[in-house]
Design a protein around this ligand. Structure first.
Ligand SMILES: Cc1cc2nc3c(=O)[nH]c(=O)nc-3n(C[C@H](O)[C@H](O)[C@H](O)COP(=O)(O)OP(=O)(O)OC[C@H]3O[C@@H](n4cnc5c(N)ncnc54)[C@H](O)[C@@H]3O)c2cc1C
Ligand code: FES
Ligand code: FES
Length: 485
């Protein structure tokens, strides 16, 4: 049984474990304003807002793709759909602005776009900030429109605050916790433990259950491959998996244990403060809807060769803390990826946290993602490069790539060619040659093997140029020098 609030009204419904919020709305509840376009999180037509109380008790709404959000994750949450926005006859500012700016033609994408604007409007109310082009792109980058064109939609976003502040009053309802998440000892098919002890118990009793966090990968198995899940353990309510804790490892490195269920949106401020390059990558990972729900734990456990964060974490020398029926263990991320989609996770084990080392003063991290589209696209090749520059030579060089092998993988030969050397033309020439022994990439829809090899080598050349540029007053001179070779 799922208990939640739908547009301010209590709602109770039965659903099989793999039911999505979209199916629940359209097929069980007959609430059909939310549309289905792609059923894979790409088009945004199904965007809804999900609310939960923040630490101050105020409701916080995030946008989500209903097509790949498990219906059971609504338990105890506030769901807002396009039907709920108007207050009596008065339109919500997101709707009024779309009408005034002619932001809709066929209307198929419109409910999703309105819900993304609604979430943006709520965030603006709680923390007013200038609507920069980057913020607008982030808010709307996960919504495709095939006929209106984006300018009127953008105009609507920019003019929402000129419309009367008509909001349904229930939006601010203090969260009543009568809709508690289901306890782990409740033997349902969709388990929602809230503590590490309860999670461990679930893992012990159901070692073959599927784990789910944001579901932005797992739910595609249901919508694209019609998989049925006998039993699911939802890790998103486990308090310990939602924590970000400062820590110092035995080897003396300090940093943060990032709980496996921490979403990208929650991780963003930490990365923006400490790792520019990683934060920039995050802005290009999926859409706002995906970042609101997707987690670092899910990205690592999914073990996709083209997942964005594993190469970065490999370059930074990250570690994992795993939890299972036998207790906890730690291992370097270097030992985690075994083969295509095969990891060191044992049956009944989950990732508890991922260690992100604190950047050190003389350390540099560069990350470059190559994809066909800037917004909401998976990489063809991704290079993540960490090193220190000490007395004119490179030290602790760690180069990791995505899209170049069956697993996210370090380039051991290229690393050896750079380690302890000055970052000059000859060194990088040798590193590019060595790189050809590190990978035998495959051809697929994202890029041919030839493209991948060439791009991976070009990213190393880019690294050389960036280092040289930091060492000279004249970037242009460096570029010209580079083109001459
Ligand atoms: C439209 C769209 C765009 C995307 N774009 C990108 C992109 O640009 N870059 C990118 O890297 N990815 C992208 N993804 C993939 C996805 O968003 C990420 O991989 C995300 O990090 C997965 O996290 P999640 O919490 O949603 O994982 P889930 O889907 O919940 O789980 C993924 C896998 O990990 C397992 N799992 C989850 N949590 C744990 C845990 N704690 N311990 C052990 N196993 C666990 C699950 O069983 C499942 O096998 C995209 C997905 C969509 C739908
Ligand atoms: S239907 Fe396209 S994102 Fe959900
Ligand atoms: S109005 Fe037709 S798809 Fe956007």
């Amino acid at each position: 049984m799922i208990d939640f609030m739908l547009n301010g009204q209590p709602c109770r419904s039965e659903a099989s474990p793999e039911t999505s919020v979209l199916e629940l709305l359209r097929e069980t509840l007959g609430v059909t304003g939310t549309k289905e376009g792609c059923a894979s999180g790409d088009c945004g037509a199904c965007t809804v807002a999900i609310g939960e109380p923040g630490p101050d008790g105020e409701m916080r709404y995030h946008s989500a793709n209903a097509c790949i959000t498990p219906a059971h994750q609504l338990n105890g949450r506030y769901l807002v759909t396009v039907e709920g926005l108007a207050h009596g006859d008065a339109l919500h500012p997101a709707q009024a602005a779309m009408v005034a700016c002619h932001g809709s033609q066929c209307g198929f994408c419109t409910p999703g776009i309105v819900m993304s604007l609604f979430t943006l409007h709520e965030q603006q109310r709680q923390a007013p900030a200038p609507l920069t082009p980057q913020r607008l792109e982030a808010a709307l980058g996960g919504n495709l429109c095939r006929c209106t064109g984006y300018r009127p939609i953008r105009d609507a976003a920019l003019s929402m605050n000129q419309h009367p502040e008509n909001r349904p009053l229930w939006l601010d309802a203090a969260a009543e916790t009568k809709n508690e998440a289901k306890a782990a000892d409740n033997d349902t098919a969709f388990l929602q433990p809230t503590t590490l002890a309860a999670l461990t118990d679930c893992l012990k009793r159901h070692p073959k259950a599927r784990l789910v966090a944001g579901a932005t990968d797992l739910w595609l198995e249901s919508t694209q491959r019609l998989a049925r899940f006998e039993r699911v353990i939802d890790v998103t309510r486990v308090a310990e998996l939602n924590a970000i804790d400062e820590a110092t490892l035995e080897d003396g490195r300090s940093g943060w244990w990032i709980g496996a269920a921490v979403t990208y949106s929650r991780l963003e401020p930490l990365l923006e403060e400490h790792y520019d390059a990683f934060a920039h990558l995050l802005h290009r990972l999926g859409s706002q809807q995906v970042r609101n729900r997707g987690t670092l734990g899910g990205n690592v456990a999914n073990a996709s060769p083209i997942g964005d964060t594993p190469p970065v974490l490999l370059a930074l020398g990250s570690r994992l803390r795993l939890v299972g029926p036998e207790g906890e263990r730690e291992l370097p991320l270097d030992d985690f990826f075994l083969d295509y989609k095969r990891t060191a996770l044992r049956e009944g084990e989950a990732i508890r946290a991922i260690f992100l080392p604190r950047p050190e003063a003389d350390q540099t991290l560069k990350v470059w993602k190559l994809s066909k589209r800037r917004e909401d696209d998976i990489s063809a090749v991704l290079g993540a490069f960490a090193y220190r520059l000490k007395n004119g030579v490179m030290r602790d060089v760690r180069l990791a790539y995505g899209g170049m092998a069956a697993i996210p993988k370090r380039a051991a030969n290229a690393e050896a060619a750079l380690e302890g050397k000055a970052p000059d033309l000859a060194t990088f020439q040798a590193a590019r040659e060595a790189l050809s022994n590190d990978f035998q990439p495959m051809s697929d829809v994202r890029g041919s093997a030839h493209y991948r090899r060439l791009s991976a080598a070009n990213l190393l050349e880019r690294l050389r140029l960036v280092i040289a540029q930091a060492d000279t007053d004249s970037p242009r001179e460096v570029m010209l020098h580079a083109y001459a070779h």
